[in-house]
Design a protein around this ligand. Structure first.
Ligand SMILES: *Cc1c(COP(=O)(O)O)cnc(C)c1O
Length: 448
């Protein structure tokens, strides 16, 4: 065996404020307070981990988005995407700002009604609407966004039976230059399917065509794609008017605007690459205003923005359980936040911050969650200071999808708090208990 060559160790001088080949070294940012309330006090009172939402931030972002569109277009209506975060308190904040409800299941539909939303202000999307759901939606005069021909024929049958007009739109999928194309929802534009569906609706007795809908994807980094989509929907609206002398009341551009999170594998942070609400608004409203649609009949512009509206308002706070050296000599830190609570860690490199002053020396660290499962990893590689057992961490920008896609696995789900506009902490979803789970399970007689 050949003797390995000796390499002398190197000591690098720390060059504060001077870029090296990895770029600028930055001071470790800490997040010790949320809306002015110390993280350690929140955890002491409500446990760890714990979700925290800021009502101020929700309202502020809503208004920023609404302003971007309403200053460029005369008729704008936002509709809150329930599946993004359907905590009642959250939905009610959006409704109080003027948002309608955008739902994709019977469960979400009933939730919107319970939240006091009038049936005529619910947009009903999704491929799974039962006959029972459809009857309810027709009777309550909701806008039903048809996903496929089977659903179209069901609605024709149900509306004829009820002898009531169903208010419908179709969901349209199309090539906007974003690949892979989301063609599993709705009717395709390019192959004529959408036009076919529109003709069938126009020729049926009990269907009233009120709108055109698209949702081109999620976390779309190209504002231009929305301009293309809006142009295609406007073109359909013009064709419907030409052939049937019928004006479409609204064009719904769906959701999909990117939040400032960073996708795994992205070279630059999301903050630097995501278009602003103004960019999206400019693209969409230009397409509609410059279309052939007559100015007197400009449709209302609906938006169903989810992710970009609430991500920034949500935090999860947690605690360090242990540090460990892996056999590769790499440092790992184990925290009490698992991927069961932070579903979005599958596609985002979430930022993770210490909640107290820490050393400025960082090391490439893997952050694991508390689950006894190999995939439970929040960050494979992050420059992170050494925290001690019991120290707290904060993961910002997690308001979208985590509180709906989370799963009960190994641990129970924690409290969700809202810091209201008076800086009071409100529990908006209680932490789960063993009793709750017991109440759902039934042990057969012979096993008791
Ligand atoms: C999920 C969804 C939305 C919201 O999408 P975001 O990417 O969170 O903005 C809007 N419309 C429909 C039909 C959806 O399915």
């Amino acid at each position: 065996m050949e003797k390995l060559k000796y390499e002398r160790p190197v000591i690098n001088k720390i060059k504060a404020g001077v870029p090296d080949k990895f770029g600028m070294s930055t001071k470790i940012k800490t997040i010790s307070k949320i809306e002015g309330i110390p993280v350690k006090d929140i955890i002491k009172e409500y446990g760890s981990p714990v979700f925290v939402l800021s009502e101020n931030k929700i309202r502020e972002t809503y208004n920023e988005a609404y302003r971007a569109f309403s200053t460029r277009y005369p008729k704008v209506q936002f509709s809150w995407s329930y599946k993004t975060n359907y905590l009642d308190a959250v939905c009610k904040i959006y409704h109080s700002e003027g948002s309608w409800a955008e739902v994709v299941s019977g469960f979400e539909y009933d939730k919107a009604i319970d939240n006091g939303v009038d049936g005529s202000k619910i947009l009903f999307n999704g491929p799974d609407k039962s006959d029972k759901d459809l009857i309810k939606a027709i009777e309550k005069k909701s806008f039903i966004h048809i996903d496929h021909f089977d659903e179209l024929y069901s609605i024709i049958r149900i509306a004829d039976n009820l002898k009531q007009k169903a208010k419908v739109a179709i969901r349209v999928n199309m090539d906007t230059g974003i690949y892979p194309q989301w063609d599993r929802f709705g009717f395709n534009y390019e192959n004529g399917e959408a036009w076919n569906a529109l003709n069938r609706i126009m020729l049926s007795n009990n269907l009233e065509l009120v709108g055109l809908h698209t949702h081109i994807g999620t976390y779309i980094l190209s504002a231009n794609a929305y301009g293309i989509a809006a142009t295609k929907l406007a073109e359909l609206a013009v064709r419907v008017h030409r052939k049937f002398n019928h004006h479409i009341k609204y064009i719904d551009m769906g959701g999909g605007f990117a939040s400032n999170n960073t996708l795994k594998g992205a070279y630059l942070p999301g903050k630097d690459t995501c278009p602003s609400f103004d960019d999206y608004a400019e693209s969409i409203t230009s397409a509609l205003i410059n279309s052939e649609i007559e100015p007197d009949h400009l449709p209302t512009l609906f938006l169903e923005t989810g992710r970009a509206m609430i991500d920034e308002a949500g935090y999860i706070l947690g605690t360090v359980l242990a540090n460990k050296r892996l056999t590769s000599a790499r440092r790992s830190t184990i925290v009490d936040i698992g991927i069961n609570l932070l579903f979005t860690s599958f596609w985002y490199d979430h930022e993770i911050y210490p909640a107290q002053e820490s050393s400025q020396q960082t090391e490439d660290t893997t952050i694991y969650g508390p689950l006894c499962m190999n995939i439970d990893m929040l960050r494979e590689a992050i420059q992170f200071p050494l925290l001690q057992k019991g120290d707290h961490i904060v993961i910002p920008r997690i308001g979208a999808y985590n509180m709906t896609q989370w799963m009960q696995f190994i641990t129970l789900r924690p409290n969700i708090l809202l810091i209201d506009t008076n800086k009071n902490i409100q529990i908006i979803r209680k932490k789960e208990s063993n009793d709750l789970f017991k109440s759902l399970e039934i042990v057969p007689e012979h096993l008791k």
